[in-house]
Design a protein around this ligand. Sequence first.
Ligand code: SF4
Length: 164
Amino acid sequence: MKLKAQSIEKILISACFLGERVRYNGIAQQLSSKLLQQWKTQGRLIAICPEVISGLPVPRPPAEINQSTKKVITIESVDVTKQFTQGAHQALLLCQQYNIKFALLKESSPSCGSNTIYDGTFSQKKINGEGFTTSLLREHGIQVFCENSIEELADLINLTDPTK
Ligand code: SF4
């Protein structure tokens, strides 16, 4: 039976997972996954890059969350907290528009990270934490998954499949 577009559960996804050139260094890094292909075909995926939608360019200087101030600062010491906050709100808006309850976001990004982020010192050190977008989505009850928990998300999506 064919799924009706309006009845399937949609997933908000980091645009970089789909190979879009939105990463800070401008290099595409597509997530290779049969599940993603399947979800794409089913029309489930709503892509966003919170940083690019807020007006930040590609490429752009890397940014990390300063752990003392909780502000997002680039490696060139520019405060981009406002843009990261705007991007997070755009992502939330999309979720509300499409009634999205699940998001698949790139781990460790200062926007999209859901378990870890870089520690704010630009020394490649990761700590437990979440990015700005993940944090806002979770505050609004949206479950956020990453590339390492995609199977867990698939189990939840299968439970919502109206053909099962
Ligand atoms: S902000 Fe998110 S979607 Fe955009 S490049 Fe970074 S991880 Fe990917």
